[in-house]
Ligand binder design. Sequence first.
Ligand SMILES: *[C@@H]1O[C@H](CO)[C@@H](O)[C@H](O)[C@H]1NC(C)=O
Length: 336
Amino acid sequence: MSAQVHIGVTLLLLISCFLSSTQCQHRPNILLILVDDLGYNDLDWRDTRLFTPNIRRLAFSENTVQLANSYVNHLCTPTRASLMSGYYPHRTGTEDGVFLQMEMSGVPTDLPFLPQSLKPLGYNTYLIGKWHLGYCKRDFLPTARGFDSFYGYYGPQEGYFNHSASVYNRAIGKHVDGLDLFYEKNGISIPDFTKNGVYSTNLFLQETMRVLDSHPRTNPFFLFLSFQSVHAPLQVPSHYRIHCPFLGHDKKRHIYCAMLAALDEATGQLIAYLKQKQLYENTIIIFTSDNGGDPELGASNFPYRGGKSTIWEGGTKTTTFIHAPSYIQRFAWRNE
Ligand SMILES: *[C@@H]1O[C@H](CO)[C@@H](O)[C@H](O)[C@H]1NC(C)=O
């Protein structure tokens, strides 16, 4: 799938340049929304007990194509490495699985990442949210790989409110907690200790709007919004549960549903923001996930077998669509 998106974006850029030279001077903005561990059945047009109206509106808009046969890798790091590099995981050395917390690994730096390829086209490039592609040396950091700035976390998972990850320390033989939330600019990471208690879905939305507020209008942007949602642990501000009245009997899916409702709200607010700032019309929005959901943790990949970390379709078939108001117009059927 990542190769598909890579090619898809390139094609869209080519087509838009081909159609008119003015469009070429106004290259489209690209907003890549990556949801973490989203199960195939975890949107409200599949499981109607869920609540994702904003994502549904985007997915079924006339200006959307759904990639109905979209496949990803079975785990986070290989999919993200492919998405950024355009190469299969066996070329990026990530076919084994994920980089663990504090693991001294990264994706080989001779493979250029997508934002590096967009820089010569005049793009400003931003990453907000999860990285998970190596951070043991500067060369592996997002700002060394084509992103102008990064705000988010480097590792595989952490608390949604405290932004802390638990790491096994061999020297002392036990787990220790450490903050994983950083601003990064020019290869320098600065920890952000001020966001304890702020739910990451809302935090990353705020940061996205802050970044776009100071984005120079003369340039197009590539913004990679890499949500923590809906990865483990199951955590959500409790008021989102109001959207999930049909799931009270299933504790995990109930929380998971509320996490999705929060994600959906953030997506809706982001679209409203883009419209208000007149950035919407010229933006290509890509929505996808990195692998299937974990059925042990409230997700569902129905009707597919297996889940995250398996190579059944439950782990690898994902929901992907591209919404582009100025570039995609589906044929509208009419009853004449
Ligand atoms: C952060 O939150 C996670 C998830 O609730 C928890 O497991 C961890 O112990 C917390 N860490 C700290 C330092 O409070």
